[in-house]
Design a protein around this ligand. Structure first.
Ligand code: CAA
Length: 395
């Protein structure tokens, strides 16, 4: 087996605490996550002990300040950590990603001080787990066309409707949910709310059956006359769509890093196999047909890493008040990394041939897990819409 290459091997570019978080995530992933990943996938088992382990290491709120229960680091560190965990287990990676970037991040950015104390602090420390409800049975890409409504009643809101494909939904302690509060206003008639799981009428359904990321449970959630106080509204009435879009600008960096980790796992196993397996009297590594696949995969992995680091760095600049939106950069990172991951896992499986197709090896798991990264948190088609809209505006 050749020496294992590392993810994001530009350690001199990173500040020491960024390298420390990466190393912490890698040690955890290699020691505790990787040995269990195949079993978690086969049994579709939620990794309770790994989620607890990530909480103990500060990985459930990497870029959240320490005063709100987080690790007090930044988005570059977050991307480094997600890639490391996802290289071992893509399911564990997305559980972490949803809590960090789809729940903690918007509460930090748009939440009230009271919401930060009551929800962000336990979420970022891992004492609570969160999920994000935007998608509905009849609206995914056209996200503002939602049927779930929130109607004001005194100083409360009454929520009715349903959300689906909610990652972490069966286990989450709360949801950040987006509801229509004024249909005549389109996207400007959307408002975000926190709904704790013990709210009457909050009904998560049984976990979905999916092609991959089996251990990261998702489900449909019904809201039946869920009453919540106005203090659980996140941001302005009518400001919810911007909360959702700005949140996804961060979330897409996490999914890009997840896709990268999956690709790297497949690539490393394929490269190792090219040295072990002989065909036509020599190792596969000596065959040009295989060399060309390895060259393309190595190059694409590097390119994805560079796009992800750029987007994460831009988000950190924005957090520090030194930059504006990173919508295009996040979309480019997600689009390229997710499609790259599909190609790399496909070619890596091809190199292992029948062994790649077999359940006895991990390649088929990586191949299945990669596919979702082109769908959730914005499909490849929506990423192209976002990139083109900004490019054509000259932004
Ligand atoms: N940041 C802040 N505001 C933004 C924004 C951004 N990135 N993008 C758009 N907005 C604002 C616009 O400025 C506009 O505001 P004004 O009305 O004040 O001008 C408003 O939002 C509406 O913008 P658009 O007209 O561009 O909106 P649209 O209806 O055409 O939709 C879209 C745009 C890009 C297609 C959007 O619907 C979208 O991103 N769809 C994909 C949804 C998605 O990613 N879903 C993933 C679900 S979460 C998930 O998968 C979690 C999981 O399980 C892991």
């Amino acid at each position: 087996r050749p020496p294992r290459s590392t993810l994001f091997p530009y350690t001199t570019l990173f500040r020491s605490e960024q390298s420390l978080i990466q190393q912490t995530a890698r040690d955890f992933a290699v020691r505790l996550v990787e040995p269990k990943a195949r079993e978690l996938d086969e049994e579709s088992r939620w990794p309770t002990e790994l989620v607890r382990g990530m909480a103990e290491l500060g990985l459930m709120g990497v870029a959240i300040p320490e005063q709100y229960g987080g690790a007090g680091s930044d988005n570059v560190s977050y991307a480094l950590a997600i890639a490391e965990v996802s290289r071992a287990c893509a399911s564990t990676g997305v559980i972490m990603s949803v809590n960090n970037s789809l729940v903690c991040d918007p509460l930090l950015k748009f939440g009230s001080e009271e919401q930060k104390k009551e929800f962000l602090t336990p979420l970022a420390s891992g004492a609570m787990l969160g999920c994000f409800g935007l998608t509905e049975p009849s609206s995914g890409s056209d996200a503002s066309d939602m049927q779930t409504v929130a109607v004001p009643d005194g100083d409360e809101w009454v929520i009715n409707g349903s959300k689906n494909w909610i990652t972490n939904g069966p286990q989450a302690d709360m949801i950040l949910v987006f509801c229509c509060t004024d249909r005549s206003q389109g996207a400007r008639g959307t408002t975000a709310f926190i709904v704790p799981k013990d709210t009457e009428g909050f009904k998560p359904q049984k976990p979905d059956h999916k092609l991959g990321i089996h251990a990261a449970h998702s489900c449909t959630i019904f809201f039946e006359d869920c009453r919540i106080p106005d203090r659980y509204r996140v941001g302005e009435v009518g400001g919810g769509f911007k909360v959702a879009m700005s949140t996804l600008d961060g979330g897409r960096i996490g999914i890009a890093a997840q896709a990268l980790g999956i690709a790297r796992a497949a690539y490393e196993k394929a490269v190792a196999y090219t040295h072990e397996r002989k065909a036509f009297g020599k190792p596969l590594a000596k065959l040009q047909a295989i060399q060309f696949k390895v060259a393309d995969m190595a190059m694409e992995i590097e390119a994805a890493q560079a796009l992800i680091l750029r987007a994460a760095w831009m988000k950190d600049q924005a957090v520090a008040g030194k930059g504006g939106r990173h919508t295009t950069e996040s979309a480019m990172a997600k689009l390229f990394a997710s499609e790259m991951s599909t190609r790399v896992t496909h070619q890596s499986l091809q190199i292992l041939g029948g062994y790649g197709y077999s359940k006895e090896y991990d390649l088929e798991r990586h191949y299945r897990d990669a596919r979702i990264t082109e769908i959730y948190e914005g499909t490849s088609e929506i990423m192209r819409v976002v990139i083109a809209a900004n490019a054509l505006k000259g932004a």
